[in-house]
Design a protein around this ligand. Structure first.
Ligand SMILES: Nc1ncnc2c1ncn2[C@@H]1O[C@H](COP(=O)(O)OP(=O)(O)OP(=O)(O)O)[C@@H](O)[C@H]1O
Length: 241
């Protein structure tokens, strides 16, 4: 079953295209990685998918009963956000805000769900701590628990391991993979081609000339995938020297 289909989608700012003619489809349970050079338009595409900015042309359709407010989003963190003066529990619960309507308080069920999501992310012991005092890896787990409050169906993650050290990065990828095994559909922007090849079921490779969309296996046989995998190998070899 398709959750999302993008057709002839062009995204950008004030009528200026950053990416044009994007086509992809995401089915329930899949793990789509969006890859491409710095500045190629990945975040712009993700914000357009979420309806945070209008498409220049084309469309993104949500299907199979998926509503826009059922998509959890983990944006790229800014320095200001890293310094946010709220408790972990408050931040996790704020994931429900898109579903609150006029109700000013969180329900008992929502508080229980928030607790379960903190357990899932192994951060219950941090519940009363101030977010800005946490490490980068702990902060990302808080934001993942928050995104899970917004949705148990689809998570959009914009470079969730950015700035994390290798061990914390590996833990974060494991957590995301376990959510995907539990049936949550993942759409993730990544610069880490090694992790992309390891975890993704599908890949959308964007750049300003052309795009690739297909399964991971198809990607590895494509010119874009071949070059990306080769560059990754060279990087690994460089790291071993
Ligand atoms: N608010 C904005 N107004 C105008 N142009 C913007 C705006 N935000 C981003 N851009 C431009 O759009 C292009 C794509 O930016 P975007 O952040 O989507 O790329 P990206 O692929 O996510 O980059 P990175 O991998 O470095 O995070 C860039 O040239 C950027 O300068």
């Amino acid at each position: 079953m398709s959750y999302m289909i993008a057709r002839n989608l062009s995204v950008g700012y004030e009528g200026q295209e950053v990416l044009a003619n994007i086509n992809f489809e995401v089915n329930k349970g899949e793990y789509l990685c969006i890859v491409g050079e710095n500045g190629s338009g990945k975040s712009t595409l993700m914000r357009t998918i979420l309806g945070l900015q209008p498409a220049i042309s084309g469309e993104v359709m949500f299907m199979d009963g998926l509503k826009k407010n059922e998509v959890g989003y983990l944006p790229q963190q800014t320095m200001i956000q890293r310094d946010f003066p709220a408790s972990v529990e408050e931040i996790v619960r704020s994931g429900f805000q898109g579903q609150m309507g006029w109700r000013p308080f969180y329900s008992k069920e929502q508080k229980q769900k928030a607790l379960e999501n903190m357990e899932r992310m192994h951060i219950v012991n941090l519940a009363k701590r101030c977010y800005r005092e946490l490490s980068g890896g702990q902060q990302q787990r808080v934001l993942l628990a928050r995104a899970l409050c917004a949705s148990q169906k689809v998570l959009l993650l914009d470079e969730p391991v950015s700035g994390l050290d290798p061990n914390v990065t590996a833990d974060m990828y494991d957590l995301i993979a376990s959510l995907n095994r539990d049936g949550i559909t993942i759409i993730m922007i990544s610069h880490d081609i090694g992790a992309t090849i390891r975890y993704a079921t599908h890949i959308l490779h964007v750049d300003n000339r052309h795009t690739f969309f297909g399964t991971k296996e198809e990607y590895l046989k494509s010119p874009e995938g071949f070059i990306a995998a080769h560059e990754q190998e060279l990087e690994c070899e460089g790291g071993r020297k």
